[in-house]
Design a protein around this ligand. Sequence first.
Ligand code: FRU
Length: 468
Amino acid sequence: MCDERKAALKALAEADPYYPQFHISPPYGLLNDPNGLCQKDGEHHIFYQWTPVGAVHGLKYWYHLSTRDFITLVDHGVGIRPGDDYDSHGCYSGSALVEDDKAFLFYTGNKRDEQWQRDATQCLAVMDGKGNIEKHGVVISNEHYTEHFRDPKVWKEGDHYYMVVGAQTSELKGGIALYHSLDMKQWQHKGMIATNYPDFGYMWECPDLFTLDGYTVLLFSPQGVQDDDKYRFNNIYQSGYLLGDRLTKDTPELVNHQAFAELDSGFDFYAPQTYEDEQGRRILIGWIGLPEIDYPTDKNQWAHMLSIPRQLSVENGVVIQQPLSELMAMRMDAAIVSGMVTLESPAFELEFTTSALHFELMIGNEAGDQICLSMNESEFTLDRSKMTECFASEFGEQRFIVRTEQCQNIKLFFDCSVLEVFLNNGRNTMTARVFIRELSFLTLSQGVVGQLFNLKKSRYVKPEGGDK
Ligand code: FRU
């Protein structure tokens, strides 16, 4: 693509009132999963799946950003580029492992033949201390699964490296394969991780496995799970976790785990990945978007964004999510608000504490287009049936979660066309894309007093020493 075309596409995206101010979004084209999350020498590295040529799932690259504070982002451009034989049809999702001054980037090489048969392999690229990334080719070829074999997540225990990979068995069931290595080059297949869910959808994408607060957490995004329960499985695909005691390695099993719990109960959230930062915090970033759904910004040749970073902990057998504390530095000013509030910025944070039986929060425009979050004694409802531009309506326009706490500290981040809400004191989140033209005010029902902060726009800078 020539530079003029790139500049025109970037300008088109930025002129879109739905283009976010502080959520990571593509310069143009389509963003999906977060990849290769890690922190190295103080700097957080965030890669994401990127199709440059439009709001379509086309040839995937890894786009690379880094940041120290989540406000100023260094834009490194493309980090991993497809085009070798083994990744001729895309560099699919994967993860990072930091060792010495290097980040080892594992990803899926997606290759198709003339019959469009897929050959998926797990590949390695290495980012050196100067930020140069070099591809090292295939480290695992697919000997055990169908063509659905992707999204490696790697970690280290003592001298041992482990990798989980999302995989489909020959019976067409989704699961997670475990591999072991002593050098990150030779990998031994240990088998599918046994869980209480041998028949839970046809594919588990984007697995992640980590220990947190005494538990072993297995995170993944299953496809093909359906349920009539109004609180669960309402989106085309889900993401969630199993909380267990430990992972056995020789005969892989997640021992003594609880039921699958969804990570986010909103409309648009998928393929999250976590990493442990240099302070030992477990940080999660998700893709705010879903596969196979058309979004209103597609016509402007850009789509999707990443969630804000969320710090995880486990309390009473539930994963708690809280916005990363660094985000407080985005706050520009504070106002105590109640009733009807005129919005001065489309990028704001609202926080309030309430023990009331009911409340209602509406964000909308003069024409009556709105999104509404309400709570009663037993549940929360997020209703996006009255937006200017509704979409994916076949999956329903309301989402519900059970109210588990009497006293609620609610945190909400709004950014042009996206809402992320933290409810039940972090036990639940609801993430939604919101398409309301000329957004102008919010109203809080009587008795609710909140703190409203307008938020800074992210700043993008070029890396020192120029583009790679
Ligand atoms: C999840 C996913 C991954 C895959 C990537 C391709 O959204 O389908 O399984 O690696 O996207 O972009």
